[in-house]
Write a protein that binds this ligand. Structure first.
Ligand code: PGA
Length: 265
């Protein structure tokens, strides 16, 4: 599959922000800012907190909006005695399309391991949704020169057990932990280098077709001013946007990166 057939995916990870009233307002504002031409060129997903998902789903379906609905996490089992957890089955029933899996905040703050991530990837696929698998190195790991080893190890662990066809349909988000919420972005060249290593790892595990098809996002302080140069890298197919996705004008400008006149604008 030629590179140009990979559709870009820009995803807004709202984290633990926006109650369901605020969520509706944010989607309504975005609806005025993101137009048909944008959706024709780019897939756009929004990932509100669980308590907002039903409200956002209702709005998307009532107004026929082209935002894809996403979640930020789910449990690896379909049901059971897991107090406080949310089943992937429930998300699928709400027409959720994408589920973020293994975000570094989940790994660091909630003890998710590569093994948990692998189970969640399987759970999301079993329920006919697309996982956005997050991988990334800490600053210490980057300074020690172990970025590629860390990131490709996380990728290999996450896709273990998936068929080549499943792997081709995945989204992998490369998010250097030191760049998340810090205002520091990896240089486009550094991000490209790691995303290329991710694609090679996918190729080694699942074959060339899966490697060409898999979509790789960059995440970590993405802003309207940095998106275009990131998106011009051959192995970067989209962005996972945190803080900037809460500002409708900024997020819309990120989605519209094609329209910016020159890199950095
Ligand atoms: P940020 O978050 O854009 O605020 O750095 C990205 C993420 O954590 O997905």
């Amino acid at each position: 599959m030629p590179v140009e057939t990979r559709r870009p995916l820009i995803s807004g990870n709202w984290k633990m922000n926006q109650n369901h009233f605020e969520a509706i307002q944010l989607i309504q504002k975005l609806t005025y800012l993101v137009g048909k031409d944008d959706f024709d060129a780019v897939d756009v997903s929004v990932h509100p907190p669980f308590t907002d998902i039903r409200s956002v789903q209702t709005l998307i379906e009532a107004d026929d909006l082209r935002f894809a609905l996403g979640a930020q996490n789910c449990h690896q089992d379909d049901k059971g005695a897991f107090t406080g957890e949310v089943s992937p089955v429930f998300l699928q029933k709400l027409n959720v399309s994408y589920v973020i899996v293994g975000h570094s905040e989940r790994r660091e703050l909630f003890g998710e391991t590569d093994a948990t991530v692998r189970e969640k990837v399987a759970a999301v696929l079993r329920n006919k949704m697309t996982p956005i698998i997050c991988v990334g190195e800490t600053l210490t790991e980057r300074e020690a020169g172990s970025t590629a080893e860390k990131v490709t190890g996380q990728v290999a662990a996450a896709i273990d057990g998936c068929s080549p066809a499943q792997v081709g349909g995945l989204v992998i988000a490369y998010e250097p932990i030191w760049a998340i919420g810090t205002g520091r972005t990896a240089t486009p060249a550094d991000a490209q280098e790691v995303c290329s290593a991710i694609r090679s790892t996918v190729g080694g595990r699942a074959g060339a077709e899966a490697a060409t098809a898999v979509r790789i996002q960059y995440g970590g302080s993405v802003k309207a001013g940095t998106i275009q140069e990131l998106m011009s890298q051959p192995d970067i197919d989209g962005a996972l946007v945190g803080g900037a996705s809460l500002d409708p004008e900024e997020f819309a400008r990120i989605v519209q990166y094609r329209l910016h006149e020159s890199p950095g604008v």
